[in-house]
Every structure is written in C-alpha cells, then in structure tokens.
Design a binder for this molecule. Structure first.
Ligand code: E4P
Length: 278
C-alpha cells in the first residue's frame, strides 16, 4: 500500500518527504485554510516536494465550475490531480475532465455504490473516509472492504485511497484489506515510527556504542581499523568477540550486565547478551 501525506502544510511535507515513504500527498480546503499561506502556492510547493500525485480540491456545487476549477488546478503543477466531492455534479464533472485527459480523485465516498459510480465516470482514485464513518458509529473497515470488493481487481479500476485516518490502526487495517493508498496526517505518520521497545533498543545501542568507544581497546576493536578485519574479510570470518561491562539495554537497574560484544564487519556491530547482571 502506498502512503500519501494528508496535509495543507509545506513544513510537514518538508519534514516527512525525506523519510522516503511518501508517494503522494492529499490536500483539502480545510487543511489549506488552516495555514496562513496562499493555497495555490502551497499546493505548488507540496507538488515540488512529493514526486507523485497531489489531489487538490475544486469547491463548487456546479459541474461547470468544477470543470473550470479543475483545469485551473492542473495548471499549478503537473502532479495535481483534481479532487471532486462525490455528487451527481461531481460525477458529470469527472466525466468531462477525464475526457480532457485530466485525472480525478473522487472524494467523500462512503459506500460501494458511490465507488462504482465514480469508477464508471472515470475517476482515477476514490477516497473512502474511515474516521468520519467511525465518528457516526459505523464500521469503517467493513465499509472499506465492501468498496474494495465491489470494485474488484480489474484493469483500469480506480485506486482505492483510504482517507480520514485517525491513527496507525486505520492505516494497517486499510493495508490488510488491500487498499491501494492511505493518506495519513503527519501526526499519525510520526506515531507510526515509534514503539517503546524500538526507543529502548536504540538507547541501549547508543549506550553500548559509547561504552565500547571509551574502553581501552575500543579504537582497536573498530572493525574498520583492525588489521585482523581485513584477514577476516578474506577468510569469510565475520566477527571478533570480547567481554565488556556495559549498561543493561532494557533495565533501569544501576547494575551492569556482562555481555559478549560481537563486532561484525558486515553489519557494523551486534550485541549479544550472555549473562545476567553481575
Ligand atoms: C483527504 O483527502 C481527506 O480530505 C481527509 O483525509 C479528511 O480527513 P478528516 O476526516 O480527518 O477531515
């Protein structure tokens, strides 16, 4: 499943695009209005930062105006996809824009019936809202599954884009159901990077690295610096072992654990715990 960022903020895209996980971005009028910037310029900057589709929304009740706004939006940047709210007028505008060679993201799709109509009108993407369904007590995963099943796997069907994502669980559910894309707010993308055990493990690795570097033999043991490492590389041997007393990686106890430090020139360093606290 591809990941888009759901935002109206250039700085959020600047922060997260370098992670290398984004293939697009979605905006909407509320997200853009929340920033004190020119919406067109914000869309252009987001397009520059994300090397992929950027749905930007036309706001009107009339098909004719949606088509005109759609054309204007695509002039901002080649990455822009015209986002239209689902309605009979939105369907008519979709058909017209598609005939003009413009990609449309039909949004505010809550049912399989709406998704089928969007597909027939020629939409490239349908945005199915999860959080807003949950908000009214409906089962968003069941709704999304029905959309995915109804559209099937045929060539040329719209890509199903899970929107209104409120937490990592929504994103994982969307992926498990076979969704093509999830558009995710920056707050949730940050949440998706974290786990207490990941943080504990990283802190332990940093502490171990400091202990090794400050040990009397630390510099000698650097895999890049030892003459022996070249020999090991040639012979296919991968590591050298030594016993060091270093802080326990997961315990807050002040005691020190005795562990085997394994220097591995293929993967920098691996730490294997050998005995309990001394
Ligand atoms: C994105 O395309 C949608 O506009 C967005 O995900 C809606 O999210 P919300 O329900 O949190 O407003």
């Amino acid at each position: 499943m591809k990941l888009f960022i759901d935002t109206g903020s250039v700085s959020e895209v600047e922060e997260i695009a370098p992670w290398g996980v984004l293939t697009g971005a979605t905006t909407n009028p509320s997200l853009l209005a929340a920033e004190a910037t020119d919406p067109g310029e914000t869309i252009r900057q987001i397009c520059e930062l994300v090397d992929g589709p950027v749905p930007a929304e036309a706001v009107s009740d009339s098909a004719r105006e949606m088509v005109a706004q759609g054309h204007a939006l695509t002039r901002i940047h080649e990455h822009v996809v015209v986002k239209l709210p689902f309605s009979p007028q939105g369907l008519a505008a979709t058909r017209e824009l598609v005939q003009d060679g413009i990609r449309v993201n039909m949004t505010l799709v809550f049912t399989a019936a709406q998704a089928l109509m969007s597909a027939e009108a020629g939409a490239t993407y349908v945005s199915c809202f999860l959080g807003r369904l949950d908000d009214i007590g409906e089962d968003s995963a069941a709704g999304l599954a029905e959309v995915i099943n109804a559209l099937g796997r045929s060539e040329g069907r719209p890509e199903v884009l899970a929107a209104s994502i409120r937490g990592p669980r929504h994103a994982v559910d969307a992926a498990k159901l076979g969704c093509d894309i999830a558009t995710i707010p920056a707050r949730v993308l940050r949440q998706m990077t974290t786990h207490p055990l990941t943080q504990a493990g990283s802190s332990a690795s940093r502490r171990t690295g400091r202990a090794v570097r400050s040990s009397p033999t630390g510099s000698e043991l650097s895999p890049a610096n030892t003459p022996a490492s070249a020999g090991r590389r040639q012979s296919g041997q991968t590591g050298v072992r030594c016993g060091l007393r270093v802080p326990s990686p997961v315990s807050s106890s002040p005691c020190m654990a005795r562990r085997t430090i394994v220097f591995d020139h293929r993967s920098e360093m691996r730490v294997a715990r050998r005995t309990a606290a001394a």
